[in-house]
Write a protein that binds this ligand. Structure first.
Ligand code: AP5
Length: 216
């Protein structure tokens, strides 16, 4: 059926984990701004080099770079009928750019899914996270271990720990979320688009709550 959906929440809330599952169930592409930046980093592109300066410090990459990158991705054929956005928008300017882009195509955002998790749990989740090099699939040593140590179940590529998952960088990312991204929650709530889900439950329970909240 398709449609445009946003998953929002603090670092480590489970956006990537849930977006991968939901995108498959809803048959729409999963567009993660963080994954696109990391692909560019691995491929040593100019965009990757510029983004790294900010990502390593736990800061947001400037709006102009980020907006152009995500709008380019959304302009591709596979997003014609919808997409699940993970990590974008993260600032009011990004939210406005997204609405303008969709309005121009006669489309709209169907729902904004907020995954809520207490701060102390976020640090535990990010310190045990392992990410796949090829596609960014995520695992957790305790909560969602891979079948074979250090190897992605889905594509067999090696797993690594993200540079920005160091404790001090995680704390900065949480602060940046509260200062710059949390205001978007109110913005989408005022538009009647916000659906809140308790992200502290198990991965399966969070998936069912999200699936109940949307009609994709
Ligand atoms: P990004 O990659 O978007 O990172 P983030 O928002 O900080 O989110 P994370 O990927 O850390 O967490 P997640 O919520 O996806 O959790 P996950 O599913 O992995 O951004 C990184 C950087 O890129 C930013 O700091 C910024 O510099 C830049 N950037 C990106 N987008 C930008 C934008 N729009 N504007 C400007 N800059 C931008 O889960 C975490 C762990 O928990 C995993 O180990 C997982 O297995 C486990 N887990 C998940 N769910 C559960 C559960 N229910 N129970 C137990 N464990 C769970």
């Amino acid at each position: 059926m398709g449609g445009f959906y946003i998953i929002i929440g603090p670092p480590g809330a489970g956006k990537g984990t849930q977006a991968t599952i939901l995108a498959e169930k809803c048959k729409i592409p999963h567009i993660s701004s963080g994954n696109i930046f990391r692909e560019n980093l691995q491929n040593r592109t100019e965009l990757g080099k510029r983004a790294k300066e900010y990502m390593d410090k736990g800061e947001l990459v400037p709006d102009d770079i980020t907006i152009q990158m995500v709008i380019n991705r959304l302009s591709q054929q596979d997003c014609e009928n919808g997409a699940l956005l993970d990590g974008f928008p993260r600032t009011p300017l990004q939210a406005e750019a997204l609405s303008a882009f969709l309005a121009e195509k006669g489309k709209q955002i169907e729902a904004v899914l907020l995954i809520e998790v207490p701060a102390e749990e976020l640090i535990d989740r990010l310190s045990g996270r392992w990410t796949c090099k090829a596609e960014g699939h995520v695992y957790h040593l305790k909560y969602n271990p891979p079948k074979k140590d250090g190897i992605c179940d889905i594509d067999g590529s090696p797993l690594y720990q993200r540079d920005d998952d160091k404790r001090e960088t995680v704390e900065q990312r949480i602060k940046v979320y509260k200062d710059q991204t949390a205001p978007l929650v109110e913005y989408y709530e005022s538009k009647g688009l916000l659906k809140k889900v308790d992200g502290s439950k198990t991965i399966e329970e969070v998936t069912s709550a999200l699936m109940n909240a949307i009609k994709c």
